[in-house]
Design a protein around this ligand. Structure first.
Ligand SMILES: [Zn+2]
Length: 324
């Protein structure tokens, strides 16, 4: 047998470790460098009106625990808590203690049981800013403090009540922040920060990572979040009191800015009912409560919002099958 006819197995030369590492490094760099404004579908869970410590909601704590498990099972990209979290400081800490078991980042908006007409600073000390923006997969969310758009301290008031002077000043400050979101300058926003209470106390000392106002002007999707809706639904709530909505003149001030920002969807709470309605180009998605039924309430539960790449929002109301 001639030596040249013998087929030798191909020698397998191992790829040097260095080349492997270089390849892995370049690939992860490329992945990180991809723009964050991709047009993927975004799923947001909305938990609302948890009312820890409220006399009418004896099962509020257990219901919130059940809600957290059910939300985790659905793997949302982020969770928003749209106000009426707890009745006092201790209940806020309890709520936060349960909500820290959520796997997704959590973003808070204050309700009228959290912030009254003179005490917004207390809320800020515990939760950080009461109005700010954040981004999830390129979608911008604007959290608005609806308690700076009116005085909701008196449930039975038959006409809109004035705000104290200092709160009126806070209101103007928030509305100019909102108008700056439209015109392109950035404030001290809490951008892309999660669970700040686990990350040290200097949460507001850092500048925002990037200013996404340019993206918003360029047709990016912008969705608003606030506790009290600024419009009434078709038959909701079936009670004419000003307590249930943001009233004039704040209503028009806010809506003008939302239109300027190109907001087409608002996520709200306060009514303790799952309700979706459209007014003047803006669709309001009102989430049910996890804790307390009102005479017109849907079952206790939470909302799951699916935001498509074109900015449409589909909402599913999920019952938690629990006692109020
Ligand atoms: Zn409520």
């Amino acid at each position: 047998m001639r030596a040249e006819n013998i087929i030798k197995p191909l020698a397998r030369r191992p790829v040097p470790l260095f080349q492997y590492l270089l390849f892995a490094f370049i690939m992860s760099f490329l992945l990180l460098a991809l723009p964050s404004t991709g047009h993927a579908q975004v799923t947001i869970a909305q938990i609302s009106d948890t009312h820890l410590g409220e006399a009418h909601s004896p099962h509020a704590f257990d219901n919130l625990r059940r809600t957290v498990d059910m939300v985790n099972a659905r793997h949302p990209d982020a969770v928003i808590v749209s106000g009426d979290i707890g009745e006092n400081y201790d209940q806020w800490l309890l709520a936060r203690g349960i909500l820290k078991w959520l796997h997704a980042p959590v973003y808070y908006a204050p309700g009228n049981h959290d912030v009254h007409s003179t005490d917004v600073e207390k809320y800020r000390e515990v939760f950080g800013p009461d109005y700010y923006h954040f981004q999830v997969k390129g979608v911008t969310f604007l959290v608005i403090d609806s308690q700076l758009l009116g005085n909701f301290d008196n449930f039975d008031a038959q006409s809109p009540q004035p705000m104290p002077q200092q709160t009126e000043a806070e209101s103007q400050k928030m509305l100019s922040w909102l108008s700056r979101q439209a015109s392109g300058s950035s404030g001290g926003d809490r951008n892309n920060k999660r669970h700040w209470w686990n990350r040290g106390a200097n949460r507001d000392d850092q500048p925002p990572q990037r200013d996404d106002a340019d993206d918003r002007r360029g047709g990016n999707i912008v969705i608003g979040i606030q506790h009290i809706p600024a419009e009434r639904g078709d038959n909701m709530p079936p009670d004419p009191k000003p307590y249930w909505v943001v009233n004039e003149p704040y209503r028009s001030r806010e809506l003008n800015l939302l239109h300027r920002l190109g907001v087409r969807h608002m996520l709200a709470g306060h009514w303790h009912v799952g309700n979706i309605f459209e007014r003047d180009g803006i669709t309001w998605h009102v989430a049910p409560s996890t804790s307390r039924l009102l005479p017109w309430s849907s079952p206790l539960g939470f909302a799951m919002h699916t935001i498509s790449p074109n900015g449409d929002v589909k909402t599913e109301f999920v019952s938690i099958n629990a006692e109020p």
